[in-house]
Ligand binder design. Structure first.
Ligand code: DLL
Length: 445
């Protein structure tokens, strides 16, 4: 088979996705050099940063030299709000998106016509890798708006030739009705919303067989392997992970194939590095650390060595699908979301893994961190099924003890477990927010 797009536009760019790695590195270098010349000429922020470090685009002669370039951080984007980082005049920008961001001004990103074409193609690539074809009916339950999720997946689906249902987010009952009546075969949303849908189906007595779903393409937030299995069982589909961030493009930076063993990162468009988040030193690709991304084909909003804050590991070993692109492992989360409890680093996904392994725990939980005197305390509030919630005190006590022991051994720090009633925790339509850190409130006073 060749990399030629078929009439149905199934997008598997074999020429690039299966390129020998040596050749890929050459392509990356060539594209990087072009990008550097452009940003140096067009974006004052980069010109200043390069000058401060005494580097010029011409100094970058190998991929090893990348490490001599400055990092870009969210702060740089804030300082250049809204359009200061754009590398083309506004008349060439055909779309603007922005990232949610919990504090301060959002980050604004722009796309030229060609950027939109590349973006759609990359989303189509990972959707194809996940199994989606022109015969599929794609149900997009991301919110349409400034968030890149919905439009990214929408254009990617159309590129494949699939039929798109742009239902957007919210109104879970209507989502279920449309999924049943319109025979949606692929579901696109956050993993948290997939669980919200599964819960509602259960409440309404809708069996997975009543739906036509085959594929779930989930992304936008970290989720564990245990959560993947739970979603697959309850929705009766094959769930794949996909990753991206608005600053770098949106969805379509990396996505899993049907082997479900990490997300192929589209290295012909982005160069990935792993760094030590504390020192900024570049680590071996196999080591776990912070992902740093450089875009090498973007026109409107190119970005150099962007510190994503996402903690992950890259795997260069071959994948059974034949793609030679490096695989990005499920992230354990953002370094900003890492909790430091009594000096121990804890990611919410580690807690999720433990909870999901215990029969009787529902996949809905919240973490409350407080400071009592000088001591941090972590409370894990988890929904349990009715038989446990209404069980006699002694049995409940044993259940709590067992959970606390498991958490202690997995996290290396103790947590208090509080069982809460079924359906009492918040449900999410988009990205979940499961951490309540009351220490921050105290610190701010
Ligand atoms: O969430 C883009 C996106 C939309 C990706 C839909 C996939 C699907 P932002 O709102 O800018 O963009 O948030 C980006 O979300 O830095 C990660 O921390 C997190 N994130 C996104 N996808 C994943 C994933 C979109 N698959 C931030 N696993 C990123 C873990 C993810 N974290």
């Amino acid at each position: 088979m060749t990399g030629v797009m078929t009439a149905e536009m199934t997008i598997w760019d074999r020429q690039y996705e299966c390129m020998p790695r040596e050749q890929l590195r050459e392509l990356q270098l060539q594209r990087l050099q072009q990008t550097l010349r452009r940003v140096y000429a067009q974006v004052p922020c980069y010109q200043n940063k390069f000058r401060d470090l005494g580097v010029e685009p011409g100094d970058i002669r190998s991929s090893e030299d990348l490490r001599h370039l400055p990092f870009t951080t969210k702060e740089d984007l804030r300082l250049n709000y809204p359009y200061g980082m754009f590398a083309v005049p506004m008349r060439e920008v055909v779309r603007i998106h922005s990232s949610s961001g919990t504090t301060g001004k959002p980050t604004v990103v722009g796309y030229t016509r060609n950027d939109i074409r590349v973006w759609s193609n990359l989303v189509a690539r990972f959707m194809t890798a996940a199994g989606v074809t022109a015969d599929d009916i794609v149900h997009i339950a991301f919110g349409y708006g400034l968030f890149t999720g919905a439009f990214g997946l929408h254009y990617g689906s159309e590129e494949i030739g699939a039929s798109v249902i742009p239902i957007s987010s919210g109104n879970t009952d209507k989502q279920l009705m449309i999924m049943q009546d319109y025979r949606s075969t692929a579901l696109v949303c956050t993993p948290s919303y997939a669980l919200t849908l599964a819960d509602r189906m259960q409440q309404k007595g809708i069996a997975p067989e009543a739906l036509a779903l085959k594929y779930g393409l989930f992304g936008g937030e970290p989720w564990s392997e245990e959560m993947r299995r739970e979603i697959e069982n309850r929705l009766g589909l094959v769930a794949t992970d996909n990753y991206g961030l608005s600053e770098v493009m949106g969805p379509g930076v990396a996505g899993e194939c049907q082997c479900q063993n990490g997300m192929h990162l589209f290295e012909d468009h982005f160069i990935a590095e792993i760094i030590d988040p504390e020192t900024g030193a570049v680590l071996d690709a196999g080591a776990e650390g912070e992902l740093v991304l450089t875009s090498i084909t973007k026109e409107a909003f190119p970005i150099i060595r962007y510190r994503t804050r996402d903690i992950t590991r890259l795997d260069e070993t071959p994948c059974a699908c034949g793609r030679t692109l490096v695989r990005m492992m499920k992230t354990s989360g953002r370094s900003d979301d890492m909790l430091i409890i009594k000096g121990v680093n804890v990611f919410p996904t580690q807690i999720e893994e433990v909870l999901f392994q215990v029969e009787g725990c529902q996949p809905h939980y919240q973490l409350v961190i407080e400071r009592e005197g000088t001591l941090d305390t972590l409370e894990v509030q988890v929904e349990v099924n009715e038989s446990i919630f209404f069980d006699e005190m002694k049995k409940q006590r044993q259940f709590v003890d067992m959970l606390q022991k498991r958490l202690l051994s997995a996290l290396g720090v103790g947590a208090r477990v509080k069982l809460v009633e079924p359906s009492s925790m918040p449900r999410y339509e988009g990205k979940a927010s499961r951490v309540i850190d009351r220490r921050r409130l105290v610190d701010k006073k």
